[in-house]
Design a protein around this ligand. Structure first.
Ligand code: PGA
Length: 256
């Protein structure tokens, strides 16, 4: 049985007061959900305060990004070990906004994945195709290439122990989520790809869906066989909505 996981990606929103208020509002709403994992990814400057507020609760802090380098003269970068220092457990790697707006290549994404693993963080590897790639029937090719870049760099065991998030670019922030059947098809492709490299571990890999998940569509998406939870953007900024999404994932982790 894979343990369901819901992650809130706050992106570059709100200030310190908002971050504290959101955690304070959320905690009682998700109290007692001890059969799932919940991870909050605030902006870097608020990681420490969020991390402190989550101590002693079931929720865990995560980061939205990490440096591809270990330490040294890399102005503006944040190392994986620094994220560990402030209590981070998870880190999002290769989000499409990083790939598209900040030019992160497959090889940079693979380097970041390795940094996260070496520091003891759980990498959450984002993969997904653009609208044009889907229209051209290239979804499997694109997702396969994104997975292969990390598989070739680290091998199957670290990838199977990590988390993969399928986030079709066209679904992110658009209000148009993938249909449950389309999401399941790509999730199964991801699991099959890892299975080819490591059949023993692939059944344990947690695969999240991300892209316009809301309280209203969460249950149907999460009930798909290979959908083990969600990576939530906009809806994670609303404590009530996010708590409903967390509740929708209960019991949904694919049984193996
Ligand atoms: P969204 O974002 O839920 O706002 O579509 C998801 C993501 O980018 O992780």
């Amino acid at each position: 049985m894979r343990r369901p996981l819901v992650m809130g990606n706050w992106k570059m929103n709100g200030g310190r007061t908002d971050a504290i208020a959101l955690v304070t509002d959320l905690l009682p709403r998700v109290h007692g959900l001890d059969d799932i994992d919940i991870v909050l990814c605030p902006p870097y400057p608020f990681l420490e305060v969020v991390s402190c507020r989550l101590r002693g609760t079931l929720l865990m802090p995560g980061a939205q990004n990490v440096s591809a380098f270990t330490r040294g003269a890399y102005t503006g970068e944040v190392a994986a070990t620094m994220l560990r220092d402030v209590g981070c457990r998870y880190v999002i790697i290769g989000h499409s906004e990083r790939r598209l707006l900040f030019g992160e290549s497959d090889s940079v994404v693979a380097d970041k994945f390795q940094q996260a693993t070496a520091a003891g963080l759980v990498p959450v590897l984002c993969v997904g195709e653009s609208a044009a790639e889907r229209a051209a029937g290239r979804t499997a090719e694109v997702v396969g290439r994104q997975l292969a870049a990390v598989l070739d760099a680290v091998g199957p065991a670290p990838l199977a122990a990590a988390v993969v998030a399928y986030e079709p670019v066209w679904a992110i922030g658009s209000g148009q989520a993938a249909s449950p059947a389309d999401a399941q098809a790509v999730h199964q492709f991801i699991r099959d790809t890892i299975s080819t490299a490591d059949p023993a571990r692939a059944p344990q890999l947690r695969i999240l869906y991300g892209g316009s998940v809301k309280a209203q569509n969460a249950q149907e998406l999460f009930s798909q066989r290979d959908v083990d939870g969600g990576l939530i953007g906009g809806a994670a900024l609303d404590a009530s909505e996010f708590a409903q999404i967390c509740k929708a994932v209960r019991g949904c982790g694919g049984a193996e």
